[in-house]
Design a protein around this ligand. Structure first.
Ligand SMILES: *[C@@H]1O[C@H](CO)[C@@H](O)[C@H](O)[C@H]1NC(C)=O
Ligand SMILES: *[C@@H]1O[C@H](CO)[C@@H](O)[C@H](O)[C@H]1NC(C)=O
Ligand SMILES: *[C@@H]1O[C@H](CO)[C@@H](O)[C@H](O)[C@H]1NC(C)=O
Ligand SMILES: *[C@@H]1O[C@H](CO)[C@@H](O)[C@H](O)[C@H]1NC(C)=O
Ligand SMILES: *[C@@H]1O[C@H](CO)[C@@H](O)[C@H](O)[C@H]1NC(C)=O
Ligand SMILES: *[C@@H]1O[C@H](CO)[C@@H](O)[C@H](O)[C@H]1NC(C)=O
Ligand SMILES: CC(=O)N[C@H]1CO[C@H](CO)[C@@H](O)[C@@H]1O
Length: 664
């Protein structure tokens, strides 16, 4: 019996041995350009006609992956240790909107040739909210990161980092290289569009990973690496692995290229031949046509007369496109848009491009002339110069907010008596249209998703960003919907910032009637609880499909909050649900939203939950709040919630100042 078992095992072993090659070939390749190279591509990644590997093109918020198609064995088959390897590649990153670099690119060693479930923008096309940081990812990356994402403790918006299973880099350094001639580190700008070379080298005996960066203009690899990390990669890799690149785009046009790539397992990768690399496409302005130099003598005579006409034209044009630009704005250089560009983008602010008229001005749709990025431009008029400096400083800060549920502010432009704010374009407009105007309505699933998106955006503003941001104007018309109907919080026209742990200043009371927290109207102090109040009203608005104040409604229903409270007290809260939903909703979720709406819109700011708890309730991480006990704890009357608006029956729709800067 034992003998037969042994015999079978022995035969099996023999059979297996026949199929396992005795010596694994060490993978090695050198591509001076990718023409005809077999790469495994997905998403935006493609090989251009002249042999560039384009990881990301101009499509916003997408990703691209490019992998060497065959698996690579990194481990020594006899002891399992990761062997030495070395790789180098030449890349170029562009950004046509200078405010924002894209998320950048990452060289990755991963267990598969793609990243299903990954998110673009902040997760660089590798991870998502649930798996980032999970040790079962087995992903090793070297990121060339051009966006400072505070979520991952990024050191700046121009750095190189070593990532292990997590976008929070194990080690990172600002983009620079050691110049052997000058004997010092020299700074580099990653998304300058200049070609640069990166070397990633691992010594399997010393267990050391070096990363070296240099512009292609220096003659040789710098002797001192930018990053050197003592790490045993055997602890993180599985066998086999795939090598390649990942990239993603944000809202801006950020073409990203790899020009050449060399890799060698168990040895030194062959150097790339820079002169053989494919040419990058021209990104700057076009050169002048030759006709200018050829026909020059002929047109010389008429030039004099033409110049007079041209001067007249220039003067007229200069007035037309005049901007206000002061010294203190120099530091905001990248955030400034040229009025001329915005003018042409919006076809001269044509009525046909008008998206809407908000509290502070008209909003136009536009397409930036060179980059073809879709934008929304808000024209805000202002007459005083007082406070403009602070206002612009705040705009620039707000422009740094990056969250998937926030409409990105790309920049601004200033004219005499006028300020222009440039935002990401949101294809499906604002939420209130769908709630109140359109014949098509939103399903409960969509509404609940939008509610969760707005809550997560508010949590980011209140607690997760470097400063506390109080939006001050949360309402359905400020929640925008992108192409996929994701909710994104927009219009930071009134937002106030202050340091964590600091005290908000007293400001003019601005906002929209029906959403104003009572203590804010009294004291003018914009605490985060002011947003929580408005968020509560917003919740009721979305669930009931009604505006917070409806002068046409019957007496007891004019104020939405009062109506929901009284329905709650009589045990019929579901009667307030938007009739357009036709009973097709999750009763439990609906009750949660209505209850949360009441909880958030209490007149006592202390009694309102913070956004962290609100998100917890909505995600089901915290059990549902207990509303009845709240009522009994108080005087037991509905007036516990108090009238949050006590100025008569038909208030104006907005009491906002004409311009935020006026009150600063
Ligand atoms: C590219 O490589 C993959 C994986 O090895 C292989 O299946 C495919 O046939 C190759 N394609 C070409 C065109 O060589
Ligand atoms: C693999 O490990 C064995 C035993 O430690 C060693 O003798 C051999 O040289 C290693 N192979 C390579 C390719 O480093
Ligand atoms: C995150 O990615 C993992 C693995 O790719 C996937 O299984 C998971 O569903 C994704 N999670 C989300 C929330 O998309
Ligand atoms: C990590 O991912 C694995 C597999 O996807 C999962 O089972 C595990 O729960 C995750 N761990 C954490 C801490 O999220
Ligand atoms: C290089 O960049 C770093 C980090 O951004 C900065 O602290 C340093 O002053 C820069 N050095 C030079 C010479 O510009
Ligand atoms: C990393 O760089 C150091 C010099 O700083 C060098 O001594 C070491 O050999 C390098 N290791 C690898 C794996 O290239
Ligand atoms: C519900 C709805 O109107 N969705 C639209 C959102 O925007 C995209 C792109 O413009 C349209 O295709 C959808 O129909």
């Amino acid at each position: 019996m034992w003998q037969t078992m042994f015999f079978f095992k022995y035969m099996l072993l023999l059979l297996l041995c026949r199929f396992v090659p005795s010596q694994l070939e060490d993978v090695s390749f050198t591509y001076n350009g990718f023409q005809g190279v077999n790469m495994s591509l997905d998403g935006l990644a493609q090989i251009t006609d002249n042999g560039l590997l384009m990881l990301a093109n101009t499509t916003p918020v997408q990703m691209g992956h490019a992998f060497h198609p065959q698996p690579v064995h990194f481990r020594n088959s006899s002891n399992g240790n990761v062997l030495s390897f070395s790789t180098t590649f030449v890349f170029a990153l562009f950004s046509e909107i200078p405010t924002l670099g894209g998320p950048g690119i990452v060289f990755v060693i991963a267990p598969s040739r793609g990243f299903p479930g990954a998110i673009s923008t902040s997760y660089m096309g590798i991870f998502n909210t649930t798996n980032n940081g999970n040790s079962s990812n087995h992903v090793i990356g070297v990121e060339l990161d051009t966006f400072q994402n505070t979520q991952f403790d990024d050191i700046d918006d121009n750095h190189v980092g070593i990532d292990i299973n997590d976008l929070r880099s194990v080690k990172a350094a600002s983009a620079s290289y050691f110049s052997d001639q000058e004997n010092r580190y020299v700074n580099l700008s990653l998304y300058s569009g200049h070609t640069m070379q990166l070397w990633v080298e691992y010594d399997g005996t010393e267990k050391q990973l070096n990363v070296t960066l240099a512009p292609t203009t220096v003659p040789a690899k710098p002797t001192i690496p930018l990053l050197s990390l003592n790490i045993d990669l055997s602890r993180y890799m599985v066998d086999p692995m795939f090598v390649g690149f990942s990239s993603s785009t944000s809202a801006t046009k950020t073409p990203q290229y790899v020009l050449g790539w060399s890799f060698k397992m168990n040895g030194q990768a062959k150097e790339l031949s820079l002169s053989q690399l494919p040419k990058l496409p021209r990104m700057g302005p076009k050169t002048r046509p030759r006709i200018f130099s050829i026909g020059f003598p002929v047109i010389g005579a008429s030039l004099f007369f033409m110049s007079i006409v041209i001067i007249q034209f220039i003067v007229a044009r200069k007035n037309k496109f005049a901007e206000v630009r002061e010294d203190w704005e120099l530091e905001y250089g990248p955030h400034r848009f040229k009025y001329k560009d915005l003018y042409f983008a919006t076809k001269g602010f044509h009525d046909k491009e008008l998206l809407g008229i908000g509290g502070f001005g008209k909003v136009y749709k536009g397409v930036l002339p060179t980059s073809k990025v879709e934008i929304a431009v808000k024209r805000v008029s202002h007459d005083s110069t007082q406070g403009v400096k602070e206002f612009v400083a705040e705009i620039v800060s707000i422009g740094k907010l990056q969250h998937q549920n926030i409409v990105t502010l790309l920049g601004y432009c200033r004219r005499k008596g006028e300020l222009l704010l440039v935002y990401d374009f949101m294809a499906n407009g604002s939420l209130d249209k769908f709630l109140f105007h359109q014949s098509t309505t939103l399903s409960w699933k969509q509404r609940f998703q939008i509610i969760k998106s707005v809550a997560s955006a508010l949590l980011y503003l209140h607690e997760e960003w470097e400063q506390v941001v109080v939006h001050r104007d949360i309402k359905s018309s400020n929640v925008m919907l992108d192409r996929e109907m994701n909710g994104r919080l927009g219009d930071f026209g009134l937002a106030k910032l202050y340091d964590h742990g600091g005290d908000p200043e007293t400001t003019h009371v601005v906002g929209t009637f029906g959403y104003l927290a009572p203590e804010f109207a009294r004291t003018g102090k914009a605490n985060p609880s002011v947003d929580v109040f408005a968020f509560g009203v917003f919740l009721l608005e979305v669930a009931c499909g009604r505006r917070p104040i409806d002068p046409q409604a019957s007496e007891e229903c004019i104020e939405l909050v009062d109506w929901v409270i009284s329905s709650w007290n009589s045990g019929k809260i579901l009667e307030t649900v938007d009739p357009k939903l036709e009973m097709t909703y999750e009763v439990e979720e609906m009750e949660l939203v209505l209850k949360l709406g009441l909880l958030c819109s209490q007149s006592d700011p202390i009694a309102r939950p913070c956004m962290r708890h609100v998100v917890g309730y909505l995600e089901g991480e915290i059990p549902q709040p207990d509303l009845p006990s709240l009522i009994s704890e108080s005087t037991g009357e509905a007036s516990f919630w108090g009238p949050y608006c006590s100025s008569g029956k038909t208030p104006p729709s907005s009491i906002a100042d004409s311009l935020p800067s006026g009150g600063r």
